[in-house]
Design a protein around this ligand. Structure first.
Ligand code: AMP
Length: 651
């Protein structure tokens, strides 16, 4: 019997496990940083051809533990089935074959076939006739095909029984044994089961040859100062749940959010930053210097949230970490204890929140057992709860500002009075406009799609995300992003195609995306909804606008002054080497600077649905002055809700 050691010891690298280069490359791309304990234990053993009895449940990474050695040893020149994985359910069969497809990304001529009951026999017969090196199926249907002769397993070298105890519970054990008896006795066999009841052990004794037993050790540990809670992932997506918790949790100071992959850290950091949180990624792809900087920022409060992998967060000792959120469940109880130990430091109290998918409930039980503490379920705060919380925080902030003796408000009072008088406004109207402006990044009224701005911004253009990646990613980070790229639904505005333009002000001039949008919208008269992604570089910036803007409009745009410089807008040449001028973020870190995010003008300007050409035609001479005068006007959410009216109001 071999027991997997605690994460610290088991955190070997994939490179040490004997896997071939093409699989190592794929693992780097999918962002797996280190093998999970069960992987570290099983992969070398399975590669050596030994039989194996693994006590491992869902969530421990057991699929890769058997799939990687199988893939490493396949003969891809032949399409005869060489590996068979039996699973208790069709869902698991599909999941396992998807995992094979993902892991076989670099393998030419690789085919995996899921075979389960309920699927058309005709289709399955056709697929089987075509051939596949790996078959993943439920016992009943596999037995049918073996009896029919439509599945031939004489070339089989490896057989995996996944979730043995589930197969037993569902009454499949006899079918499984029948299948075992009808496969070559020379095969390698691996049996995985969350628990090893006597029946499973006797199946192992009868059908496995001197199996090596592998089990994850579950040492018990006390974690007294940490209040442990869990949320059963259901109904609300995990990101939404996370932001609600971040908003509503009491006594929340700094937070470490754990995810499984390096890519996961970057994606979540990006999404949280886009929603206005001071968040950054921490992963093994970052240099030591960068990692130290992120931790320093967490310590000194310039960052509140760090999204980390297990490896990268090892040993973090930041007393202000009040919460650890296990966004992805850990592989084992050791990792869990290690993760939550990042809070409750220096004698303080800590809170640990675990997200548990229904199929991961068994791991929850193991964790409760290992930490000898019940973990309480939590209900998520509703959108309304979060809204009212934000409103009361906002009110408090206003009152605190008024009460602060150091706050010199005299100057602002004069400005406010001027605006009121010049525009014939009530102070209520003005205050509403100012309140609107203050809450823009973090709205008081939460709408269904809050914060999706970032994803939509990159989706504005069919190549939006790819372009953004070209600009924002470097070296290793670029290769890890390749696979994670999501399918983007292109949302080209009604006006037609978008194109990238270069403007002559950049970060060195102190420009912000908001000013660029403001200038192009207010002075150029282009609705914000036709202003796409904005990327700031040191000496210039790029902005997506409708393709082929008329020359007259371009030259008008070119003359607009921002930061005391003319914009000099011109289409960005195809051959302009953008990557030679990466925005600063690419060189610095992996996602902590809000101003590096593509800017989503759409959030602020929703006034018109008319195509931009039409708007321009309709732009009357009288309006030009008015819009220019109102250069500092807050963006309008919609036509009815105009914060400014009065003598300068456009006609
Ligand atoms: P499993 O226990 O096989 O169902 O795997 C659970 C999840 O962990 C899956 O989403 C895998 O993609 C992920 N996973 C497996 N191995 C690793 C690893 N070494 N690093 C990061 N994620 C992993």
């Amino acid at each position: 019997m071999t027991e997997a050691s605690p994460p610290s010891a088991a955190m070997a690298s994939f490179g040490q496990l004997g896997l071939p280069a093409n699989l190592l490359a794929m693992l780097a791309e999918v962002g797996y940083e280190t093998p999970s304990p069960i992987q570290a234990m099983c992969i070398p053993r399975l590669l050596s051809g030994r039989d194996l009895l693994g006590e491992a449940q869902t969530g421990t990474g057991k699929t890769a533990a058997f799939a990687l050695p199988i893939l490493a040893r396949l003969d891809l020149a032949s399409t005869r089935p060489q590996a068979l994985v039996l699973t208790p359910t069709r869902e698991l069969a599909i999941q396992v074959s998807e995992a094979f497809t993902k892991y076989a990304h670099h393998l030419q001529n690789f085919h995996v076939l899921p075979i389960y009951g309920g699927q058309s026999m005709v289709v399955q017969l056709r697929q089987l006739a075509r051939g596949a090196q790996v078959i993943v199926g439920t016992p009943g249907r596999i037995m049918d095909h073996l009896k029919r002769g439509s599945l031939k397993l004489d070339a089989l070298t490896t057989l995996v029984l996944d979730e043995g105890d589930e197969m037993l519970r569902m009454g499949f054990i006899e079918d499984v044994e029948w299948i075992l008896e009808h496969t070559p006795s020379t095969r390698q066999t691996a049996l995985f089961s969350a628990t090893i009841p006597p029946v499973i052990r006797s199946v192992a004794q009868r059908h496995l040859r001197e199996p090596e037993e592998v089990r994850i050790r579950t040492a018990t540990t006390t974690v007294e100062k940490i209040r442990q809670r869990y949320w059963l992932v259901r109904g609300v997506d995990k990101l939404d749940a996370l932001t609600r918790i971040l908003d509503a949790e009491e006594k929340l100071d700094a937070v470490i959010v754990f995810v499984r992959t390096k890519i996961g850290t970057e994606e979540l950091a990006d999404k949280l930053a886009a929603r206005g949180y001071a968040a950054a990624a921490l992963n093994g792809d970052m240099t030591q210097g960068l990692r130290e900087r992120v931790i320093e920022q967490l310590k000194n409060g310039s960052l509140d949230i760090v999204i980390a992998t297990d490896v990268a967060a090892r040993g973090i000792d930041v007393p202000r970490v009040s919460h650890v959120i296990n966004y992805d469940i850990p592989y084992d109880t050791e990792a869990y204890v290690h993760r939550i130990g990042r809070t409750g430091r220096a004698g303080r109290e800590g809170v640990a929140i675990l997200f548990v998918a229904p199929r991961e409930r068994r791991m929850l039980k193991s964790i409760e057992h290992a930490t000898r503490q019940p973990i309480e379920p939590i209900a998520l705060p509703s959108r309304e709860d979060v809204s009212s919380l934000r409103i009361s925080q906002f009110k408090q902030k206003v009152l605190d500002t008024l009460a602060d003796p150091d706050m010199e408000l005299g100057f602002f009072m004069n400005v406010v009075e001027e605006i009121v008088e010049e525009n014939d406004l009530s102070s209520r109207e003005l205050a509403a406009a100012l309140a609107y402006l203050v809450q823009v990044g973090r709205p008081l009224q939460i709408e269904e799609d809050e914060g999706r701005g970032w994803e939509q911004a990159t989706a504005l253009h069919p190549r939006g995300k790819a372009l953004r990646e070209e600009i924002f990613t470097t070296g290793a980070a670029r290769s890890t992003r390749k696979i994670a790229r999501e399918t983007i639904t292109a949302k080209v505005p009604a006006g037609g195609k978008m194109q990238r333009y270069r403007i002559a002000v950049g970060r060195d001039n102190g420009v912000t995306p908001k000013e660029i949008v403001g200038a192009i919208a207010n002075e150029g008269g282009i609705e914000g909804r036709f202003i796409g992604q904005i990327d700031l570089f040191d000496e210039f910036s790029t902005v997506e606008l409708p393709a082929q803007l008329p020359a007259s409009l371009l030259s008008a745009l070119a003359r607009i002054m921002v930061c005391n410089r003319p914009l000099n807008v011109r289409p960005l040449g195809d051959n302009e080497a953008l990557s030679a001028h990466r925005p600063r973020r690419a060189a610095n870190t992996t996602g902590s600077f809000h101003d590096d995010k593509p800017y989503k003008a759409d959030k602020f300007y929703k006034a018109s649905t008319k195509p931009w050409e039409k708007q321009l035609q309709e732009k009357r001479p009288g309006r030009e002055r008015a819009t220019r005068d109102a250069g500092s006007r807050p963006p309008r959410k919609n036509a009815e809700r105009r914060p400014f009216k009065g003598k300068n109001r456009p006609g």
